[in-house]
Design a protein around this ligand. Structure first.
Ligand SMILES: [Zn+2]
Length: 251
């Protein structure tokens, strides 16, 4: 699956212009993270460790799977999405209260390090200077190779029983809904999403690749907060326009 979606992801990214790549990659990472939650609940997958970390791992693997593209490499994309967490850490991490340590999510700086570690571990020869650049100790950098293999094999094994076999029919599909937005800064972004159909393309690719137990919805809407959610009861992944606006302003 991971290789199969790589071309579609490259296509989705290619639909955007160079200057909005940060927006695109971080939006995609967030969507893949929420789809990670969705796959865990829809396929009733076991989770060892924190689900939030597992969802980050799947999102990283998906970005890392993008096939060769003339304008970028998969590693560059993954590191650009990781940078989103580094930026958040610089903005909010220093002022985080001790409560942040009890959050269900890892700290932003840990999410950044983990993505960078997996990216390095996926192909150490392609990123020889990465551990030094981000300050990963040598021991940790060496373990990233093992971690990448472990994480990718684990996800592959859990998802494989849900792949659609050649010629099989049935199963749910992911429908995409673009609600209107009252947020001035989101209006052009919404128009762009509707026009490029990048997320529709992705939703179709995922629906074609997996036998989903039921129909799911990928919804873009105003939330009152810059976030994204998976809601099992509504079978819906919600992407908030507030978050897209946030991503459109690269620090
Ligand atoms: Zn999550």
């Amino acid at each position: 699956m991971i290789v199969g979606l790589g071309l579609v992801i490259a296509l989705a990214i290619g639909l955007y212009k160079e200057d909005s790549r940060y927006f695109t990659v971080n939006s995609l990472f967030t969507l893949f993270h929420e789809l990670g939650h969705a796959s865990i609940s829809e396929f009733d997958l076991p989770v060892l460790g924190r689900e939030e970390d597992a969802a980050d791992q799947l999102a990283t693997l998906l970005l890392r799977s993008v096939e060769t593209h003339p304008d970028f490499t998969a590693g560059e994309l993954t590191l650009l999405a990781a940078k989103g967490w580094l930026d958040d850490w610089k903005k909010f991490g220093a002022s985080a209260s001790d409560r942040a340590y009890g959050d269900e999510h890892s700290l932003e700086i840990q999410r950044y390090d983990q993505m960078a570690c997996l990216t390095y571990g996926s192909d150490p020869g392609a990123f020889p200077s990465l551990p030094a650049e981000i300050g990963l100790p040598e021991d940790r950098a060496n373990s990233c190779v093992f971690e990448y293999a472990q994480v990718s094999e684990s996800w592959e094994r859990l998802l494989a029983p849900h792949y659609r076999l050649e010629g099989s029919i049935g199963g749910g599909r992911i429908g995409v809904v673009y609600e209107d937005t009252a947020i001035e800064a989101a209006k052009a972004l919404r128009d762009k999403l509707v026009e490029t159909k990048a997320f529709d393309t992705l939703a179709d690719a995922i629906s074609d690749q997996f036998v989903l137990p039921r129909d799911l919805t990928m919804e873009f809407t105003d939330c009152g907060t810059a976030n994204a959610f998976w809601a099992e009861s509504a079978a819906t992944v919600t992407m908030c326009y507030e978050l897209l606006v946030y991503f459109s302003d690269e620090p």
